[in-house]
Design a binder for this molecule. Structure first.
Ligand code: BG6
Length: 483
């Protein structure tokens, strides 16, 4: 590949027979490989416990792509580039065998020794795998070595600190890429361009003009066969600590001094450090009960396969927080996320303060809605600016209208977030990855809630969450913007 493209490499995936690899990574790697976005000759080595040869692994990969109709296009790539190595346990002998296989493949295929270790594994396997790699001397090779960690990065502050300690025992921070796939979404990246490339936007972006900020990450899907993971996780760990918090930091951060990775990530960390300590009263935890979506009956969370009938796991979280800094002092930030909401929608809504009323004679004359900027992160990516216009006529009446921008109208389909992130990682650009201190600061924020979680509130599947979420916001004298 030319100077602008990634180097030839060996991409080692732990958890190669698992859901993430089969459903997400493999199709992305195949697309990149067949689309000429990876240098010719790069290889993928799948690693998992079960014994299997290369041919069986290729067959598994093709079978998992059959339902999307991409298997035939991907076949030559899979035949050429996929290999498999069983690592049955975490013993030094198994990792030594892995090392031998890696060296053998690199020799046979004339690779330079650039290596990625992608841990698509459950959290409890991270530590032993990082240690196994370190003990086998696979933390540094003849070329560059990078390790990619999939979320969750810990399950609270203490476990995140421990994970960071283990990782840094063998790897330098610049070798570690923590993936939060929301950072790969074009619209999330665009938050910085929207803010910092548009003078008129940035001049409005503070407590002078903004009344409240809302972040909504709503999903229609339920737990979808992931009960074993989700029962241990819940919405706070699964969505808030990472995806929603990433959006929060990008919305609230100060302009970075430069566009380099550390300038941006430093500013994100400062936002987290400025959040006023949360108390259980700032949080609503909900769980979906039986309900309906589009007229179809939907089971409650406790009725989902693999979920305990008395489960206390939350599938919904709403929270209110304040950021104590010069820009945001006294502006409330409301965050909510939930499964089994009426629609899939991730968006940020900034509501402007009402103008001084003196221009209007009576409250009826100014009965208009406040102006709003809605940043539509997905689906139907784009922006909406809701503003007031005078209805023609002698009488003074105002009406809300919108200016809209939709990515699809201009740019067509947006690239998959994973594709963007994998290419960035292969190029050695960590800007869109989460730094160790960022992870820890964000756990620090939610630790008090994890330690004393507020009681569960229930909401019917297919609704916008429990009524307690309304009370939470109204308790501070605000309202959610209309759904
Ligand atoms: C994952 C969560 O990180 O993000 C899932 O584990 C969730 O529970 C998913 O469904 C949502 O991602 P997206 O890109 O569809 O919004």
């Amino acid at each position: 590949m030319g100077p602008a493209g990634p180097d030839r490499h060996l991409f080692v995936v732990f958890g190669a027979t698992g859901d993430l690899m089969q459903r997400k990574l493999l199709p992305v790697l195949c697309r990149l490989g067949t689309g000429g976005k990876l240098p010719a000759g790069s290889l993928v080595l799948g690693v998992a416990r079960r014994p299997m040869d290369d041919a069986a692994f290729r067959a598994l990969a093709l079978a998992s792509m059959a339902s999307s109709g991409t298997a035939e296009v991907a076949r030559p790539y899979c035949e050429r580039s996929l290999f498999y190595q069983s690592v049955p346990d975490e013993s030094p002998a198994s990792f030594a065998a892995l090392r031998r296989r890696i060296e053998e493949l690199e020799k046979q295929h004339g690779l330079e020794g650039n290596r990625v270790f992608y841990l698509a594994l459950p959290l409890e396997a991270f530590g032993p795998t990082l240690t196994g790699l370190g003990v086998a001397g696979l933390n540094a090779g003849p070329g560059w070595t990078r390790v990619v960690l999939e979320k969750p990065f810990g399950r609270d502050l203490a476990s995140a600190q421990e994970l960071n300690r283990i990782a840094r025992r063998y790897f330098e921070e610049k070798q570690i890429y923590r993936i939060d796939h929301y950072l790969g979404k074009e619209t999330v990246q665009n938050l910085l361009v929207f803010r910092f490339a548009n003078m008129f936007i940035e001049s409005l972006w503070s407590r002078e003009r903004i009344e409240q900020v809302e972040i909504t990450v709503a999903e229609r899907l339920g737990v979808e066969g992931r009960a074993a993971y989700y029962e241990q996780s819940g919405a706070l760990r699964d969505m808030v600590q990472n995806h929603a918090t990433q959006i929060l930091t990008l919305i609230a951060m100060e302009p970075p001094a430069t566009r380099d990775e550390d300038s941006i990530r430093n500013e994100k960390v400062k936002v987290l450090q400025s959040v006023v300590r949360l108390t259980p009263g700032d949080v609503v935890r909900g769980q979906y009960a039986p309900g309906s979506l589009n007229g179809a009956a939907i089971a409650g969370y406790r009725q989902e396969p693999g979920v305990s009938p008395t489960s206390g796991t939350e599938t919904y979280v709403a929270l209110r927080l304040r950021i104590a800094n010069w820009r945001w002092q006294s502006v409330p930030f409301f965050v909510r996320t939930g499964k089994r909401m009426p629609v899939k929608s991730t968006r940020v809504v900034l509501t402007f303060k009402a103008p001084p009323v003196s221009f209007f004679q009576t409250a009826e004359e100014y009965s208009a809605n406040p102006d709003r900027i809605s940043i539509l992160i997905q689906p139907d990516e784009g922006f909406e600016l809701a503003f007031e216009v005078k209805v023609p006529g002698r009488e003074l009446r105002v009406q809300t209208h919108r200016m809209e921008f939709h990515y699809a109208d201009v740019f067509g389909e947006l690239p998959d977030g994973y594709e963007t992130l994998l290419v960035d990682m292969l190029l050695g650009d960590p800007t869109l990855f989460v730094r160790a201190d960022e992870v820890e600061e964000s756990w620090r924020l939610y630790d008090p809630i994890l330690r004393s979680p507020p009681p569960l509130a229930f909401y019917p599947a297919g609704s916008w969450g429990p009524s307690e979420a309304r009370t939470l916001v109204e308790g501070w004298g605000y309202r959610w913007s209309p759904d």
